[in-house]
Design a binder for this molecule. Structure first.
Ligand SMILES: [Zn+2]
Length: 440
């Protein structure tokens, strides 16, 4: 097997990858590492899915069914069970959310999706959102978790856990596997020797028989043929396994592997490392992360191999509760709310050079939180206090349906004003409507 071909399979950073690729094919090294990262020094034995196996010795025992049949059955069972528990692990995409596709809602158990928003007008930050219920039943989202700090802490955790001790343990596991492979190979060779012996024996018996005794001769000939066939099979099996034998770690590879923790740290902290590479690395090491938000974020991390770790992360301070927002900013916001919706106010504030208390650009949620916190009336309340009406309230004075009021508004025939960013409107009462002619 050409181990260098793994280089193209994985697009981790070159140096790290070299170390990983020399160890095991199919990037199982990282999976093993994930298993061990979470270990506490004790040996745990547990069932893991095939994808996480480190070795597979076929035909070590005589089976009731062939390996191919077994595989087919497993595939069928797997297909059937998918209907009940669909695996919806999303492939890494280009957004920066590290845990995309790996994060599970701790309240309802659904997989969470990612929403991105912009902070400071430049940095894209993720929120993890549980909205399966809100989509299916029109309820509000079950949980919304700010992702920036969570991602950062989990990245740091991976770097922290990848230590020389962990790698030494990984190597010990690898050595163990290689020695077991040698044992299996010895047994297969014994099988060949036994088959050879029996074939020789059958041959001698056949040659010794009196050729005139035809019945005995034909039986012994058939037996000899059978033994020759068995010998052939035993040799084929031995040949096949010798070719695909386990890889023993060389001294040079060992030296390279010793550098993995440092290289992983460099890989992780290097600004040139792409989002895609990071996400890919996380997927090798972490099975999933279950999050629950209370007055902090509690995250249960399940590493590959099933071991877990729980971490807590403080929530970012609620924006509105910061008393740092300058009074002049609040006054400007109050003035703008006379004329604009939250999103428009944010835009106007940014344009006029105002910034949030931590120097970032305003977003509509900032305006929303600040006006609620400081008791500033919103646009709706202000328009209502000026006597503006809903379409339903205005419609009877014209003797039409509310939909007609909306149609007239869209046609520019009556005057209304938007009070939120979803396009909801209030309208002037009939007596104050300047445009509409009665000839409708
Ligand atoms: Zn949920």
């Amino acid at each position: 097997m050409n181990r260098l071909s793994d280089l193209t399979l994985l697009s981790l950073s070159g140096d790290l990858l070299l170390c990983l690729a020399v160890l095991t094919p199919e990037s199982q090294f990282l999976a093993v590492l994930g298993q061990i990262l979470a270990a506490d020094g004790k040996v745990h034995i547990e069932d893991v899915p095939r994808s996480e196996w480190i070795a597979l010795v076929k035909d070590a025992h005589v089976g009731y069914i062939t390996w191919e049949d077994y595989e087919r059955n497993e595939a069928q069972l797997d297909m059937n069970s998918q209907a009940y528990a669909p695996q919806r692990l999303s492939p890494p995409r280009e957004g920066p959310a590290l845990l995309q596709g790996l994060i599970i809602c701790g309240r309802c158990g659904e997989r969470m999706t990612v929403r991105y928003h912009q902070r400071g007008g430049q940095r894209i930050v993720p929120d993890y959102l549980c909205q399966s219920k809100s989509i299916a039943q029109g309820e509000s989202p079950c949980q919304r978790i700010p992702g920036f700090d969570l991602d950062r802490v989990i990245g740091a955790l991976l770097v922290e856990r990848m230590t020389p001790e962990v790698l030494a343990l990984t190597l010990a596991v690898q050595e163990e596997l290689v020695s077991r492979a040698a044992e299996a190979q010895r047994l297969r060779h014994l099988q060949v020797e036994r088959a050879q012996y029996e074939a020789d024996l059958a041959q001698r018996r056949y040659l010794k028989v009196d050729p005139d005794n035809r019945l005995v001769a034909s039986v012994l000939e058939a037996e000899w043929n059978t033994k020759l066939r068995e010998l052939e099979e035993a040799r084929a099996i031995e040949e096949q396994y010798t070719q695909s034998d386990q890889h023993r770690v060389s001294t040079q590879e060992r030296a390279e592997i010793a550098e993995v923790p440092e290289r992983f740290r460099q890989f992780w902290t290097d600004p040139k490392t792409s989002v895609r590479q990071r996400k890919r690395a996380v997927r090798f090491l972490i099975e999933d992360v279950t999050v629950h938000k209370t007055d902090q974020i509690v995250a249960h991390i399940r590493f590959k191999g099933g071991a877990t770790q729980t971490i807590t992360i403080a929530l970012p301070p609620p924006f509105a509760q910061s008393r740092l927002t300058a009074p002049s900013t609040l006054a400007a916001m109050d003035r703008l709310l006379e004329e604009y919706t939250d999103a428009q106010v944010a835009e106007q504030l940014n344009r006029q050079g105002y910034r949030t208390f931590d120097g970032l650009l305003f977003e509509s949620t900032h305006v929303y939180q600040l006006r609620r916190h400081h008791g500033l009336a919103d646009r709706y309340a202000r328009l209502r206090s000026q006597g503006m009406l809903t379409a339903e309230e205005l419609a009877p004075s014209y003797g039409v349906a509310a939909q007609t009021i909306w149609r007239w508004y869209r046609q520019g025939r009556i005057v209304g004003a938007r009070y939120n960013d979803r396009g909801s409107c209030l309208f002037l009462p009939k007596a104050s409507q300047p445009l509409l002619t009665e000839s409708h």
